[in-house]
Design a protein around this ligand. Structure first.
Ligand code: ZN
Length: 327
């Protein structure tokens, strides 16, 4: 009993020490995910992210098309920075890309994008599909226009939307990611930042199929874990070469390399995950009876995708105590 009290006291002291050093949270030890709720109560909420998406339990729906505004613009004022937890990509000047449609009520303005990854290529994504992990996940964070900014938006249940994209391995490098991995080499130190050398288009770093996605209500996956996020998890992964994913693992926090920065899955509770399949998908499949119609199916799908994206819219600390077996 005495030992337990002393241990709890020691842990609290260490937590306080880390917090006074400006270390809000981490992914290991006493500042790891199981302790986030000590300081940030909402991290113990009932509608937390990430989750495992069980494909057999999703509710199939056909939502209005998502409109991606400014996603094919060539943006030349992009900044890449290391905030000690992940790499952030931000757009300096207005106008920012935006999204509307799908499950969203109103316009959502781009705030920043960032990544989550694991120690090796077998895990690293936050959400999982049928308990499958992906080596990395991209989060594009948007705030609802009517709330004007992130600070205000996080106070409302529909304040944010995050477009999430999974990565999977490919033998070939993805050319649109060369720019990003090059920038990473200049921001390996925490709190460092660099301007991207060449213009950059959102559409080029995303998968081809933006029509099929899962959507559910959840939270930020980092403290304060606010339950204000409409998640859209796109089904088609982005394909990157091993070396391109490896480049992210070179980033450092104040305590060494950021080898992993994903939160473990949280209980789904009473929530429903919806799966959007565009209505044309079924009619194409019905036509799929011979080779000729298969070919027209492919063309049809190609055209349909472009209709939805018209061009103008288109440590010393982590080793101190591993007291809880939380992974
Ligand atoms: Zn994230």
């Amino acid at each position: 009993m005495y030992f337990k009290t002393t241990l709890v006291f020691a842990l609290t002291l260490i937590q306080d020490l880390l917090l006074t050093l400006g270390e809000d949270f981490g992914y290991d030890g006493v500042i790891g995910p199981t302790h986030w709720g000590d300081r940030y109560r909402e991290c113990r909420g009932k509608h937390q992210s990430p989750i495992n998406i069980n494909v057999l339990r999703v509710k199939q729906v056909t939502l209005p098309d998502i409109v991606f505004v400014g996603f094919d613009d060539s943006i030349d004022d992009i900044h890449v920075s290391n905030n000690g937890h992940t790499v952030l990509i931000e757009v300096e000047n207005e106008p920012h890309p935006r999204v509307r449609g799908g499950p969203l009520d109103g316009d959502y303005i781009f705030s920043q994008m960032h990544f989550h990854w694991g120690d090796n290529d077998t895990f690293g994504s936050e959400d999982k599909i049928n308990h499958r992990s992906f080596p990395m996940e991209l989060h594009m964070v948007f705030f609802k226009e009517e709330y004007r900014n992130m600070k205000e938006a996080v106070l409302h249940h529909d304040g944010l939307s995050v477009l999430a994209f999974f990565y999977e391995l490919d033998r070939h490098q993805h050319p649109a990611y060369d720019e990003i991995t090059e920038a990473l080499m200049n921001v390996t130190e925490p709190k460092s930042s660099v301007a991207m050398q060449h213009p950059f288009s959102f559409l080029h770093i995303l998968p081809y199929d933006l029509r099929r996605y899962f959507t559910y209500r959840g939270s930020l996956t980092t403290p304060p874990c606010s339950e204000v996020v409409i998640w859209l998890d796109f089904e088609q992964p982005i394909r990157l070469a091993h070396e391109q994913i490896e480049a992210f693992r070179e980033l450092k926090s104040a305590h060494g390399k950021i080898t992993h920065n994903f939160r473990p899955i949280q209980p789904i509770g009473d929530r429903t995950v919806f799966y959007n399949v565009d209505s044309n998908y079924y009619s194409y499949n019905e036509l799929d009876s011979d080779e000729d119609t298969k070919r027209s199916h492919k063309r049809g799908k190609h055209n349909a995708s472009h209709i939805s994206l018209p061009s103008s819219f288109i440590s010393i600390f982590s080793i101190i105590f591993i007291v809880h077996d939380y992974l």
